[in-house]
Design a protein around this ligand. Structure first.
Ligand code: B4P
Length: 191
C-alpha cells in the first residue's frame, strides 16, 4: 500500500494536485474538507456542527475527523493506497493516523509538503471565493485565521514526520502541471 500525505497551508494546492495524483496512481482520495462539506450539504447533525467551526476558519475537533478517517479506511481496506489531503492537521490526528495504519500493517510512506507564500495563499483563496460559494474563502480575516490555525496547530507536524524520515518539501508556486511533475518525481522514486 502506498500512503501519501499531501500537506500544506490552506490554498497550497492540495485538493487541486490530489485530483491529478489519484488519476495517475489509482489511489483513494481522502479529503477531510470534502467529507465535511458533503456532511454540510446533506444537513447531517455532524455537518451542522462542523459548519459553525469551518465558517470561522477554525479546526473541527480531532475526534470528529479521526472517526471519519477511520470509517473510510475500514471501508477501503483493499485499496492500493491513500492520499490524505488536509489530514492530519494536528499532532493528535497524526498519532491517531499512525495507530490506525499500524492496525492495517501499512504505515505512511511519505509526506509531500507544498510550500507557498502567505500572500499567494490569500490571493488564491479570495479568487476561489468569487465562484466557490465557500464562506471560508470570501473574507480575508477568515482566511487569515485559517492560516494562523495552520501555523499554530498544523505546521508542527512537519517535525513529527521529519523524525520518521518521511518529510519532503515541494515548491508549490508555478503552473499546476509543473507542480504535479515535482510531486510525481518524488513519488516515482518509491512507488
Ligand atoms: P480544506 O478543504 O482542507 O481546505 P483548503 O485547505 O482550503 O483546501 P486546499 O488546500 O485543498 O485548496 P487548494 O489549495 O487545492 O479545509 C477546509 C476547512 O475544513 C478547514 O479550515 C477546517 O475548518 C476543516 N477541516 C478540514 N480538515 C480538517 C481536519 N483534519 N481537522 C480539523 N478541521 C478540518 O486550492 C486553493 C485554490 O488555489 C483553488 O482555487 C485552486 O484552483 C488554486 N490553485 C491551486 N494550485 C494553484 C497554482 N499552482 N497556481 C495558482 N492557483 C492554484
Amino acid at each position: 500500500m502506498f500512503n501519501l500525505i499531501l500537506f500544506g497551508p490552506p490554498g497550497a494546492g492540495k485538493g487541486t494536485q490530489s485530483e491529478k495524483l489519484i488519476e495517475k496512481y489509482q489511489l483513494i482520495h481522502l479529503s477531510t474538507g470534502d467529507i465535511l462539506r458533503s456532511e454540510i450539504a446533506e444537513g447531517t447533525e455532524l455537518g451542522l456542527k462542523a459548519k459553525e467551526v469551518m465558517d470561522l476558519g477554525e479546526l473541527v475537533p480531532d475526534e470528529v475527523v479521526i472517526a471519519m478517517i477511520k470509517s473510510k479506511l475500514e471501508a477501503n481496506a483493499s485499496a492500493k493506497g491513500f492520499i490524505f489531503d488536509g489530514f492530519p492537521r494536528t499532532t493528535a490526528q497524526a498519532e491517531a493516523l499512525d495507530a490506525l495504519l499500524e492496525e492495517l500493517g501499512h504505515p505512511i510512506t511519505i509526506m509531500l509538503a507544498l510550500e507557498v507564500s502567505e500572500s499567494e495563499l490569500i490571493k488564491r483563496l479570495l479568487n476561489r471565493g468569487k465562484n466557490s460559494g465557500r464562506p471560508d474563502d470570501q473574507d480575508e480575516a477568515i482566511i487569515q485565521n485559517r492560516i494562523n490555525e495552520y501555523q499554530n496547530k498544523t505546521a508542527p507536524i512537519k517535525d513529527y514526520y521529519s523524525l520518521q524520515g518521511k518529510f519532503r518539501a515541494i515548491e508549490g508556486i508555478g503552473s499546476i502541471d509543473d507542480i504535479f511533475n515535482r510531486l510525481c518525481s518524488q513519488i516515482d522514486l518509491i512507488f
